[in-house]
Design a binder for this molecule. Structure first.
Ligand SMILES: Cc1cc2nc3c(=O)[nH]c(=O)nc-3n(C[C@H](O)[C@H](O)[C@H](O)COP(=O)(O)OP(=O)(O)OC[C@H]3O[C@@H](n4cnc5c(N)ncnc54)[C@H](O)[C@@H]3O)c2cc1C
Ligand code: SF4
Length: 551
């Protein structure tokens, strides 16, 4: 049965005079675990759900992301109709047009996305739409403010504060195990033991099939592979994914959190972020269950709780407090770039519309990095096995785990001085879990050092030795991490090029001192390798090893 027919079968035709309380539920609030849907009787409520093809076509979003979002929205509509909630499902050219046409007032939880808040502002200003607090977050802006003496802001201080306030993994006012963080225990490479779990698959029903056909037809020009059986779509699918994650991933989550491998894309990472960001799984449920599960060792419990209660909430507060880095970091000339698509238009020759009504996002670049993103990020081969492997997994799944995002994709872009905006826009389009509130602080903030030390203590850069230690990528690479790999000279060249700014960063004191001691000939070789590598990659060329000695 098609989605329309399935919804009609519930016979919940909405009327403005039905006396119900009407809510607008956007694509990323698909939950009845919080807000009025969790408290009011279903028969007293109506919801408006809007599909907006213009929004889906605003950036070259991965096809898997569009399908995930649409199939969850449609399944949510049916789940709510089955409970007795009146459901109005609208396809419209804009959210404002769709909601304006609704007879009577509407309420909604405050959107997480700035972009949606900006679009809806006229309706809020006119009184048509009333904003309620978003109850899906675990912490408040007050928690954030109270924990910080800055800016600059620090996640650790925030995390300690909210651990104390929530009592999660605490006993008698003290952290379980005597420490707030077990991060230093959680840095092991993975050599194949214990075996990494295979990711779960899901039944593909008529609704998901219909959505996949729609995406393949209407968004055929979008990049990425669409894999229907990897789409959790129903409430039950979401719980199935979470049960799998708790059973198969979390017992080994902590120790291998930073490991990378060609044999397993996700290792022991849970892959819950996409559903969490749609509110299909509740952060409240995740942290409560993990911290009470005796099968999960404390280091893994703490590592996971830190990600959700700490990093995820912290990033959201940073985005809010800076209006997406527009307030504190300033904005440079928009003429410096092609906005909104991470260089896709330039690479693919496809004109991509600039996001309407938006300013294209912050263009801050603390170190003045302004290089374009190499076509390798869109799938051209670079010859760097670590990069090519991770990029392939991104265009396959719309996903890669944290360390690959930070220490491969962002690391290389930083070492090449890629404009922070370009990399952020690429992540936004490529990842199934990317929305402005989370992708901006993670990429523009943490991944590129685009706003300096505002939210992290240093740029997360590394040479080939780190990648070799934490992965098996180098074993399969045409380069040798100790001799011919260009990433280590790129690392030294980066420190040298940005010496004036980076010597102010306390956590880079040792590497900066080491760079200063390098012989002039080595420094010149580093700078030359940077120029050659950058030029080859930016024009879409493939790198090949040259024999050289680095040290
Ligand atoms: C450059 C870069 C870009 C990123 N872009 C995104 C993004 O667009 N969307 C996104 O949800 N996360 C993003 N992250 C954070 C993190 O990498 C992903 O949340 C995580 O990899 C998702 O996979 P998982 O569910 O298997 O995570 P797990 O490792 O199993 O972690 C559990 C959960 O913790 C949360 N989490 C952990 N770290 C962060 C963080 N820094 N910010 C927000 N949530 C966090 C996520 O919800 C994640 O699902 C990014 C990180 C980096 C370094
Ligand atoms: S040798 Fe260099 S390019 Fe190759 S996988 Fe290792 S770090 Fe990456």
């Amino acid at each position: 049965m098609t989605f329309r027919a399935a919804l009609r079968a519930y016979g919940t035709a909405p009327s403005e005079r039905d006396g119900r309380r009407w809510l607008f539920v956007p694509y990323d609030q698909l939950t009845d675990a919080v807000g009025p849907l969790s408290r009011d009787a279903p028969e007293s409520l109506g919801i408006v759900l809007v599909e907006c093809p213009e929004k889906a076509g605003r950036r070259p979003y991965h096809q898997q992301k569009l399908a995930l979002l649409l199939t969850n929205l449609r399944h949510f509509a049916l789940e709510q109709a089955a409970r007795g909630v009146s459901v109005r499902h609208v396809v419209a050219s804009s959210y404002v047009a769709a909601l304006q046409a609704h007879p009577g007032p509407l309420e909604m939880m405050r959107p997480a996305e700035r972009e949606l808040r900006a679009e809806l502002a006229p309706l809020v200003d006119s009184g048509k739409l009333r904003l309620l607090p978003h109850e899906g977050w675990l912490t408040t802006s007050e928690d954030f403010r109270q924990s910080q003496s800055g800016p600059p802001w620090r996640m650790d201080a925030f995390y300690r504060e909210v651990r104390r306030r929530t009592g999660l993994l605490m006993h008698g006012g003290q952290p379980l195990g005597g420490r707030f963080s077990f991060d230093t225990d959680n840095r092991q490479p993975w050599r194949g033991e214990p075996a990494a779990p295979a990711p779960p698959t899901f039944e593909v029903d008529d609704i998901t099939r219909e959505v996949c056909s729609l995406v393949r037809e209407r968004f055929a020009h979008h990049p990425g592979t669409l894999t229907p059986e990897r789409l959790p779509a129903t409430r039950a699918d979401a719980q199935h994914l979470w049960a799998w994650a708790k059973r198969e991933c979390l017992p080994s989550f902590g120790p291998f959190e930073d490991a990378m491998s060609t044999r397993s894309r996700a290792l022991f990472h849970t892959q819950v972020s996409a559903l969490l960001n749609l509110q299909r799984i509740s952060a409240h449920q995740l942290v409560a269950e993990v911290s009470a599960d005796p099968r999960i060792p404390l280091a893994s419990q703490e590592g996971f709780v830190r990600q959700i209660l700490g990093w995820r909430e912290y990033m959201h507060h940073v985005h809010d407090a800076t209006d997406g880095f527009r307030v504190l970091a300033g904005v440079v000339s928009p003429s410096a770039r092609v906005p909104g698509d991470g260089g896709y238009a330039r690479w693919a020759g496809t004109p991509w519309p600039t996001p309407e009504g938006g300013d294209g996002g912050s263009l801050a670049s603390h170190l003045g990095a302004q290089q374009p993103l190499p076509p390798a990020y869109w799938g051209a081969r670079s010859g760097l096995h670590c990069l090519d492997t991770v990029i392939a997994s991104v265009w396959q799944d719309g996903y890669s785990h944290h360390i690959t995002r930070l220490m491969v994709l962002s690391n290389l872009a930083m070492l090449l001085d890629v404009a922070p905006r370009e990399l952020t826009d690429w992540f936004w389009a490529a990842y199934v879990d990317a929305y402005d509130w989370v992708v901006e602080p993670n990429v523009h903030g943490m991944g590129t050092f685009g706003v300096g030390d505002l939210l992290t203590t240093k740029p997360y850069i590394a040479g080939a030795a780190y990648i070799d230690r934490m992965s098996d990528y180098c074993e399969h690479c045409r380069f040798d991490p100790k001799t011919t790999c260009p990433i280590t000279p790129l690392y030294w060249a980066y420190l040298g090029r940005h010496r004036a700014a980076l010597q102010q960063v306390p956590r880079l004191k040792l590497p900066m001192a080491a760079e200063a001691k390098r012989a002039d000939a080595q420094k010149q070789a580093d700078a030359r390798i940077y120029e050659e590598t950058s030029q080859t990659l930016v024009r879409g060329g493939e790198l090949a090893p040259k024999q050289r000695t680095l040290f």
